[in-house]
Design a protein around this ligand. Structure first.
Ligand code: SF4
Length: 322
């Protein structure tokens, strides 16, 4: 049985403030705003069908004085503490957090781990690229360091490559080999996102050509050859015609939200679950998963703090209990 999975999520962009300036980014908005606890609670309470609370936001926003001032107004001196409290809130409301906070230290990952079912950091590409020249957090060795530390802490982890941002075909191959090597050492990579660059208006790369579907198919095929069998390839169904990529070896359609947009690509709405079911007419079975992949549910790679939510939402195989 060929399974294609997805996760029902609610997207919580705690802040758009970010220390980096990636040339393709349409998300960053250095307004130093922080999503309030009340807003987090309201969004979570609307997402009654979802299990995954996706916390994605700008990297190291506290480098800015104005951000630190706003943080203090909320009663916090550290943003990671605020993130963890929002993770705790989500768990108490019956959700499983997946936090994507950019580069984190070993101790920061360890601090967030008990209240996260999985965490993530896109590698993007394991080579220096011009689009990242003003982004200290996009230095490959820094990102590889975070992904390895997550492995040391046995955190089920999502990473990925961004395709078409100025890298060569061999850069892509190298980036995928780096991820494969990390997984061979730590065994914690649950999925690798193969994401196509999508130009955003009013960014330095607004006129940069996105990759073609043919290039994406080739990249997914190469990824399937390079990555170990227990690492799933995810593709974003709102950014690309996904059937050819599923046929090329991808097996996950990522997080779909019924209540929040894709804040990173707001011009591309999520398909509905009904629309994802088209995979069934191509011989695949669509199954809903949790933010922690079935294999890691079965292995028990989760903390006591979230064990009850994992167990009450998973079936015998580790997929979401329907
Ligand atoms: S892509 Fe991410 S890391 Fe880069 S500027 Fe945007 S929010 Fe920051």
């Amino acid at each position: 049985m060929k399974i294609v999975s997805f996760s029902r999520n609610v997207f919580l962009p705690l802040t758009r403030t970010c220390r980096n300036r990636c040339a393709y980014c349409g998300f960053r908005r250095n307004d130093f705003m922080i999503m309030s606890k009340e807003d987090v609670e309201t969004l979570l309470s609307r997402a009654f069908n979802a299990v995954e609370a996706l916390f994605t936001f700008g990297e190291k926003p506290e480098v800015y004085r104005e951000f630190r001032r706003n943080l203090r107004k909320l009663g916090y001196s550290s943003f990671i503490e605020y993130v963890r409290d929002m993770n705790v809130l989500a768990v108490r409301m019956g959700f499983l957090p997946h936090t994507n906070a950019g580069v984190l230290s070993y101790n920061e990952l360890k601090y967030l781990r008990p209240y996260n079912a999985s965490m993530g950091l896109m590698l993007e590409q394991a080579v220096e690229l011009d689009c990242h020249r003003d982004s200290p957090g996009k230095r490959p060795e820094v990102r590889i360091g975070t992904i390895k530390n997550a492995g040391r802490l046995k955190i089920p982890f999502t990473t990925g490559i961004l395709v078409g941002i100025g890298e060569s075909f061999y850069d892509r191959v190298y980036s995928l080999e780096v991820i494969a090597d990390i997984h061979e050492n730590y065994g914690h990579i649950q999925e690798v996102i193969v994401q196509n660059f999508s130009p955003k208006p009013n960014t330095p790369m607004e006129n940069h050509k996105p990759p073609t579907l043919k290039e994406m198919v080739e990249t997914v095929k190469v990824a399937r050859d390079i990555l170990p069998d227990d690492v799933t390839i995810q593709i974003p169904p709102n950014l690309v015609n996904f059937i050819p990529l599923i046929n090329a070896g991808a097996r996950d359609l990522g997080g779909i939200s019924e209540v929040t947009p894709d804040y990173i690509n707001p011009e591309h709405p999520w398909p509905s679950i009904e629309e994802l079911k088209v995979v069934e007419s191509f011989g695949y079975v669509l199954r809903e998963r949790l933010p922690i992949y079935p294999k890691f549910v079965r292995l028990g790679w989760y903390s006591d703090e979230i064990a009850e939510v994992v167990k009450s939402n998973s079936d015998g195989e580790g997929f979401r209990k329907i």
